[in-house]
Design a protein around this ligand. Sequence first.
Ligand code: PMP
Length: 364
Amino acid sequence: MSDRTQPQPQPGIMEIALYVSGESKLAGGGEALKLSANENPYGCSPAATAAFQAAAKDLNRYPATDHGPLRRAIGDIHGLDPDRIICGVGSDEVLQFVAQAYAGPGDEVITTRHGFAMYPILAHAVGATPVTVDEADRRIDVDAILRAVTERTRIVFLANPANPTGTMLSGEDLRRLIAGLPGDCVLVHDGAYMEFAQPDYRDADLVDAYPNVVMTRTFSKIHGLGGLRIGWGYAQRPIIDVLARLRQPFNLSNAQMAAAEAAMRDTEFTAHCAAENARLRRWLRNQLVQMGVACDESHANFVLARLPDAERARACDVALRDAGIIVRNVASYHLPEALRITVGDEAGCRRVIAAISEFMAGER
Ligand code: PMP
């Protein structure tokens, strides 16, 4: 009936630009080399697959609500207090808990110009206003963030290493940022790609030093479990006590927890993936630079290839697809001239370089 009013969403919901993930299929079908989602080219630890399969015998059972074994595994491997770890459905869910807990209508949430797309979505979802701060040459600008802080700022979200730029702030930069933030403003240090970096600081030390820092990590990248959706956060107890209240008791399934625990304990697999990534990332960047494609040093499991302009980036994207390779167009991250390329295995890296090289030759 036309005279009936419609249900109205909460403020902010309609401001959300729907998250668009990288494509995983070629338009014409066919097998693609997918280098668009920063997935692990080596799959996951065989121990994780076995644990996942073993969990299938208990599908009728509700999972444990406290994530005890998984939190202990994370604590053992990272040297952390398991009671200060919270696990979520991907690190996205942990980021969501922080947004729900600490920001609401009238509040501001700071993100940066090329920052991860989920941050403004999470801010809008709780009715807060995302404030986007400029970066300097694709690097997060600590001074610009501090200048943007107002008395309404509740959260600063940053990823280190950053996605999609791959750049990284030093421990000194981070300490300067935290020291300049009001004590009631939460700094979320999103370490989704931390295992691929060689940071000059330890994110858990920031958490231990400052009561307003939350660090997050994920099983989706180095552990190769993107399809299972598991992430975690670490903070001082008062914050964990708040976030725990927002977590649904059965947010993680038995299979998720079992696979994640096995993956965390397989440190050999993790080290192998990190070493191969570092080696091939260096090779990819050298190759790109040699053929005249600009590429900053990356600290993650992808590189950002910068073409001379947006048109050339689009053409290169099309050429790669024609060669059966899908990379990530990052125009929506205000980087229309760039393509983000996941560091694949050696064969994948060689294939993408051969295709870009052919494209560049055609440009000359
Ligand atoms: N943070 C950053 C910077 C990311 O790039 C991603 C994944 N794209 C995430 C968080 C979320 O990862 P997940 O939810 O799979 O843990």
